[in-house]
Design a protein around this ligand. Sequence first.
Ligand code: MLT
Length: 229
Amino acid sequence: MPECAIAVDVLRATTTMATALNNGAEAVQVFSDLDKLMADSEKWPADKRIRAGERGGGKVDGFDMGNSPLDCGPEMVAGKRIFISTTNGTRALQRIETSPTVLTAALINRKAVVDFLLSKKPETIGIVGSGWEGSFSLEDTVCAGAIAHSLLAQSGISPQEFAGNDEVFGAIALYQQWQDKLHELMQNASHGQRLLRLGVIEDLKYCAQTDILDVLPMQREPGVLVKSN
Ligand code: MLT
């Protein structure tokens, strides 16, 4: 495990988590299993919890919400714990939960993540794109590239020393290609197209914005993320 591990799921889990914490959610607790989510959240006061469940891009029946960041307004989430399970994003987080520092990143909070890394200077950083059921995702790779690009520019470290593998250079190059047309990227990406087929249009615009929220989601205990800045 790297000293600092960062999960990325731009469409949409880590965008949703950043938005919920920014709007006052007490914490975000992630689950890969829907039944375990139901059982654990049952122990929480009903007026202090929101159950968010997404599979295949859609809301899971019986849950309070799916995985739309636009459902995470302060009136919905302030003071509440979000119990969430999504197709890929929450699983990616569970894969890295033993790292000493676990963060989530999306385009909307890229700067907050980069600022933290610049100030704490972890020896090793791993960025995990959630992808889709084990396959590559354009938007997650571009977000990883956005983080690496900004970090490299500000760290003063040489590219050879900075990059732990060739994927870092690939991600930076992809970010440079798409940075001025991120909404177009979302519309081209396979998961963006899946969401468009489901009628989810506004989420793509929202998720394509860069550096709009100064929020750093950090794991406080395994599976539980809080706003740490
Ligand atoms: C996931 O975890 O795969 C996603 O966040 C799916 C979604 O868009 O809701």
